[in-house]
Design a protein. Structure first.
Length: 146
């Protein structure tokens, strides 16, 4: 059974992450080790050719990985990205983007996650990016608490 307190901490932390609000992303699904973030596509997040900017695609993938990792961490811990690699496989366009993050391996200090980003149009999905990320559990620092 999921730890409802931890899932509530995930939602509260996401709500404080102002970059998600700035770009219009929302937390769609939360379960231990799995997170889904949705982002409506609009011209304000596009690059010069009209596709969603790669930085925006990477941003939602990074947050999906980070919150998937955080969902398994002890109370009082914070999470920070150590590194990530993103493969941009297709231009990101459509009505919305969906980033699905999942934990591959959760360790005491480091957690490895993957996120797949889909472009959705009229219910059809196309994979546009794949991220592999390493996240670090941060404890004992007042400036990094979620």
């Amino acid at each position: 059974m999921p730890d409802q307190d931890q899932l509530a901490r995930v939602r509260a932390s996401f709500a404080r992450q102002t970059v998600m609000d700035t770009i219009g992303a929302t937390l769609e699904h939360v379960e231990p080790g799995r997170i889904t973030i949705a982002l409506p596509v609009s011209p304000r997040i596009s690059q010069q050719h009209g596709f969603v900017h790669a930085g925006i695609v990477s941003t939602i993938a990074d947050s999906a990985c980070g919150y998937a990792a955080f969902s398994l961490m002890r109370p009082g811990a914070g999470v920070l990205t150590v590194e990530f690699k993103v493969n941009l496989m297709s231009p990101a366009s459509g009505s919305r983007l969906i980033a699905e993050g999942r934990v591959v391996r959760a360790g005491r200090t480091l957690t490895v996650c993957q996120a797949e980003v889909f472009a959705e149009t009229r219910g059809d999905r196309k994979t546009v990016a794949l991220m592999t990320a390493t996240l670090m559990t941060i404890e004992g620092r007042d400036d990094v608490v979620d």
